[in-house]
Design a protein around this ligand. Sequence first.
Ligand SMILES: [Zn+2]
Length: 249
Amino acid sequence: MERICSGGLVYDCFSSFSQVPWLFHGCFTRKGGVSEGPYEGLNTGLNTGDSAQAVSVNRKAILDESGGGELVVLSQVHGKGVHVHTGTGVDSVEADALVTDRPGAMLTILTADCQAVVLVDPVKRVVANAHAGWRGSVEGVLPETVSVMENRFGCCPSDLLAGIGPSLGPCCAEFVHYKKELPRSFCTHRVGFNHFDFWAISRDQLCNTGLKAKNITAAQVCTQCDDEHYFSYRRSHTTGRMATVIGIK
Ligand SMILES: [Zn+2]
């Protein structure tokens, strides 16, 4: 990961994506921004209790940094719905992944512990961003997203590059009720008693759709462990959301 500090904002980029000249992407930390209290910094989540005006100022700062025309934000519901962004239209669509080939559309996933997984097809010029919390992992939002890239845009999975953003790590992903909540196949990535490595689970799911292992990078940064840079829902239920953004310039 390469850390970028620009105009008060601090965000991380996947080094493997730097070969794609027409791409903007960034996993924004909570640094910068105007939110206060438990949302301190760059909160981008509405319906968190933070002021809508502060969220709007924060989102504008990210849009300006991206150089895009709009941030495309979903109403995320922890499912596996994929929205193909063809026009303008923001916020109201209930889904957990976005795919587009439109320049200027900055696909945005909001998280506090869940994974944002960014995908780019350097050949077909298509980008995607998926919200994968544990429920999304169980539902299979990542295979669903790759499938839409293949079927709607003719992408070849072996061409795709993927990045798994900062999110709950195996150090903190404790699932006391895992026998009820998680499929048995996830036990391959059980760590110790009842912790799980969801970075590895996502990596497996992507490989199973045809991505090459060498094209998948995980930030390997745990959001619950780093209060200074990240919001964490597990650390505090009253908190903000970080934005992860990808788009075609
Ligand atoms: Zn941790």
